[in-house]
Write a protein that binds this ligand. Structure first.
Ligand code: ATP
Ligand code: MG
Length: 303
């Protein structure tokens, strides 16, 4: 780190040195009035001092444009989805994808894992076993010119069905794995299964869910990775055909971003339920083919 002498104009540095102000911390902590009393400097000089030092200490700010940079997002590889997500699933956050059965949650998760490629991915299954065949099919299409083993050595798969096993894995084993391997995404398919309502101790369930969400969020932030959780749906009791994500308010309040998947006969659509960094104006239409998830518009143009 640069010293005060390197950072400040010589004139100001000498006055400060004489007054016994020798560290950045002192200049930031002392008020303008205190520095004035000790040094007789003008207010404008003192403000300049403080600005130089605070600019030097503060991290590089992230502008709206740089959020679209691929380094802050893990892409799905489907153009329409990546566009509305501003590059893909955002790193450092906890994103939930929910939707009815067959809406494409697992397919998006698999394709995201494929696109992680050499950046690494952890895929935790809590329902069915990891769909190896389908993963291979998508990865052969995406990485056809790269050796099979190259794509697969960076994906770590785990299958757990109980809530306590899942929490212990996220608390103990996952951080160890993340310390020694390059990983850009952790995918949980699904978060709902281990918390199904067979367990009628709702207080314990809420506590466990809270713990899981906090652990996942900490991991996302500490290791700078995207955490993607798949959630199931439950019927809406207001009489409409709409569905709601399961797991209730405790979970909803702890996730950073919620995406909804719907399906029609012709296509599927991803819309943004809430996300502080995204506009929720338009959904992304996509279809599922043998190659994976594909932008609906691209398919129509190429027809
Ligand atoms: P669930 O909640 O039941 O797990 P889901 O939202 O995870 O559902 P997906 O597994 O993502 O659903 O999507 C399943 C759909 O993907 C199938 O209904 C099928 O239409 C499509 N699909 C899966 N594999 C292929 C393939 N090889 N070729 C074409 N379409 C496929
Ligand atoms: Mg699924």
């Amino acid at each position: 780190m640069d010293t005060l002498k390197d950072l400040l104009p010589t004139r100001l540095f000498e006055v400060l040195e004489k007054a016994g102000i020798c560290t950045t911390k002192q200049i930031i902590i002392l008020s303008v009035w205190d520095i004035k009393k000790l040094t007789n400097l003008f207010n404008d000089d003192i403000k300049l001092l403080k600005n130089i030092l605070s600019n030097n200490c503060s991290p590089v700010s992230i502008s709206g444009n740089s959020l679209e940079d691929k380094n802050v997002a893990v892409k799905t590889g489907c153009a329409s989805i990546d566009k509305i997500l501003k590059g893909g699933f955002r790193i450092g956050t906890l994103t939930e994808m929910y939707g009815e059965s067959g809406s494409g949650k697992t397919q998006i998760a698999l394709q995201t894992a494929v696109y992680c490629g050499t950046s690494g991915c952890v895929f935790i299954c809590t329902e069915d076993l990891f769909p190896v065949k389908r993963f291979n099919q998508i990865s052969q299409y995406v990485w056809h010119d790269i050796k099979d083993t190259e794509c697969k050595k960076n994906i770590f798969i785990e299958h757990l069905t109980e809530a306590h096993e899942l929490i212990s894995c996220i608390r103990v084993r996952l951080p160890k794995l993340l310390k020694f391997n390059k990983i850009s995404a952790v995918i949980l398919d699904s978060v709902a299964a281990p918390f199904r309502c067979e367990n009628t101790n709702y207080v314990q369930r809420a506590e466990e869910l809270k713990e899981l969400a906090i652990l996942l969020l900490n991991i996302a932030q500490e290791y700078n990775i995207a955490v993607i959780c798949i959630n199931q749906v439950t019927a809406c009791f207001t009489g409409s055909d709409d569905v709601l994500p399961t797991l209730g308010l405790v979970w909803s309040n702890l996730i950073s971003c919620r995406l909804k998947l719907t399906k029609t006969i012709d296509y599927r659509e991803l819309t943004i339920a809430f996300a502080p960094h995204l506009s929720n104006a338009q959904g992304a239409k996509f279809i599922i083919t043998k190659n994976g998830i594909e932008d609906m518009e691209n398919i129509l143009i190429n027809k």
